[in-house]
Design a protein around this ligand. Sequence first.
Ligand code: FPP
Length: 253
Amino acid sequence: MDDIRKKLELLDMSRLPRHVAIIMDGNGRWARQRLMERSDGHVEGVNSVNRITRITSDLGIRYLTLYAFSTENWNRPRPEVDTLMHLIGETILKETPDLLANNVKINLLGEIERLPEEVRKNLEYGRRETEHCTGLELQICLSYSSRWELTRAARELAVKAAAGEISPDEIDETLFAGSLATASMPDPDLLIRTGGEQRVSNFLLWQIAYSELYFTPILWPDFDEAAFIDALVDFQQRERRFGKTSDQVNSII
Ligand code: FPP
């Protein structure tokens, strides 16, 4: 706790990111290192989800987007997929009262209709119960991939254009971004990936155009509040230029 308090002093509370996205990687390796089943790593990973959601909400960060299950994850061995699905559904059911008490709103991103009915029921319960919450918006990406999302947006716009509802000339960045699952939120300021790999794995490819990327070797089940604050401190040391020069960014005019 003292460690966290000391680290918090390094944070400039006036320059926190508005939106943090996380690729939670390393559950399987965490388990294997302990001669446990990969699924045990996912169970432990849920504790990290709870910890990081709590501190994000406590810090007053507005949006947290978690990559919980990718489209490609369907190709994992069936028992692992089943365990993950069950775990996600149970976690939402169990955590919803706490999320509600903390004014956290759950949003679901991805092809939710592909999930088993039992899991969808729990997810829908969590979404509905927290719909009115005005604090942290917690996006859980499930059966999500960026290429799926981009293709769907392109198709939707094509259908509207074919029906004469919009003209192709109207399709600009704003209209396109408005067709994505993240339409109602700002792009992530910070993308964190745990587990040591340095890639973005089909996650929010449009939205991370100007995000700061932070890669850490820490495996997701070990990613705690202190590690999260380290990422935020690192973020605050970056100069975000959005294509401008350093002088332009630092000029007060
Ligand atoms: C990647 O680790 C992790 C996942 C595919 C699943 C992450 C999901 C959770 C932690 C549960 C989330 C629950 C909620 C409710 C949001 P990996 O298995 O790829 O690890 P490895 O790279 O070490 O094999």
